[in-house]
Design a protein around this ligand. Structure first.
Ligand code: ATP
Ligand code: MG
Length: 334
């Protein structure tokens, strides 16, 4: 049986990009695979080290969100990264197998550095050793749990490639010990932001969160970017450059052909179109909000789920570190 390892950074709530781009799949896959879902607090700290409170709060928020979209704690182990010290040990061993220039060339790292500069200015956010090295720590996450199927959004593909390189290098030097993981992408592997940006991101200010109130969702939908050439209500427009149409598609509006034709023929005003989208989104979010309310009112249940998942994850990581140390012949006094 294949093992799924995937993760999420506790830097905020889950948003629609996560749901449709990756996390929605986790709820399906958990039925057929041994599943580990890591709340990657150590990774979140690499670029949030000055705001540990935000990270800690998000650990609970995200767990609630995951449970609310159908992650079943009896099928999937949700665990906290910092409680698995073996990941940190593996990170140190693997860091010898990666050059600094290779990390600097990693396309995901490059994009994230660029985004940071756009958000914080050229010198606003300097790049730390920890941040540059997070792909190494992610390789440790994956291999610690012998994850071989990794359901992620496509922004993660270069990180997976980096992990595969580390695995190959390790196995070449120390003998076949680690598994090479493969990615599992969803039908929409990269969900755009409400501002039309290529990626909806927790930290990018362009996300609709699963925990947003109906009022917040309304505000975000009503201010979505539409075809700028459409000025009057009867002007024909191009749905392909309209974020409202994009989200109609995503949410699975079964009226899609009509939405598209009416838009192209100038028979659909943007306000009416947004209102239709809003009602579909609120319908989609209603059961999620009900579950969020339940888990927010039962924090002790959430703690128990995290404790149980972490305990199982600890056992698995202990097995792996033993095998790794044996392969490296640093299993002193064993
Ligand atoms: P941050 O900005 O803090 O990195 P994030 O929104 O990128 O937050 P992550 O926790 O890094 O979220 O990613 C969790 C998972 O969700 C990953 O598998 C990632 O590929 C996927 N994901 C995140 N954003 C999107 C998106 N817009 N479209 C598709 N998948 C996404
Ligand atoms: Mg990210």
């Amino acid at each position: 049986m294949k093992t799924i390892l995937t993760g999420i950074r506790p830097t905020g709530h889950l948003h629609l990009g996560h749901y449709f781009g990756a996390v929605g799949n986790w709820a399906k896959l958990q039925n057929d695979y041994e599943t580990y879902i890591e709340i990657a607090d150590v990774q979140a700290l690499t670029d949030n080290f000055e705001s540990p409170d935000k990270v800690i709060k998000s650990v609970k928020d995200l767990t609630v969100d995951l449970l609310s979209i159908g992650i079943d704690p009896n099928k999937a182990n949700i665990f906290i990264q910092s409680l698995i010290p073996e990941i940190a040990e593996l990170t140190i061993f693997y860091s010898n197998l990666v050059t600094i220039s290779r990390l600097e060339r990693n396309p995901t790292v490059k994009t994230e550095i660029k985004q940071k500069k756009e958000l914080f200015g050229e010198n606003g956010e300097s790049i730390t050793y920890g941040f540059l090295g997070y792909p190494v720590s992610q390789a440790a996450d994956i291999t610690a749990f012998k994850g071989n199927l990794i359901p992620v959004g496509d922004d993660q593909l270069p990180l997976l490639e980096q992990c595969r390189e580390i695995v190959r290098k390790f196995n070449n030097i120390y003998g076949k010990t680690l598994l090479e993981p493969e990615a599992y992408l969803s039908k929409f592997p990269r969900i755009k932001g409400t501002d039309g940006n290529e990626k909806m991101g927790k930290s990018l200010g362009n996300a609709i969160f699963l925990a947003d109130s109906d009022e917040e969702v309304k505000r975000k939908v009503m201010s979505m970017v539409t075809d700028p050439n459409k000025i009057k209500i009867n002007d024909p427009a191009n749905p392909d450059i309209c974020m409202v149409y994009y989200y109609h598609k995503l949410i699975g509006n079964n009226n899609l052909t009509t939405v598209c034709e009416e838009c192209k023929n100038g028979k659909r005003g943007c306000v009416a179109c947004k209102k239709e989208l809003l009602s579909k989104m609120l319908e989609f979010l209603k059961p999620v909000h009900e579950k969020q309310k339940y888990y927010n009112e039962h924090p002790e249940e959430v703690d128990e789920i995290l404790k149980k998942g972490t305990k199982i994850a600890q056992e698995k990581a202990k097995e792996t570190i033993k095998e790794v140390k044996r392969a490296m012949k640093i299993n002193y006094f064993e």
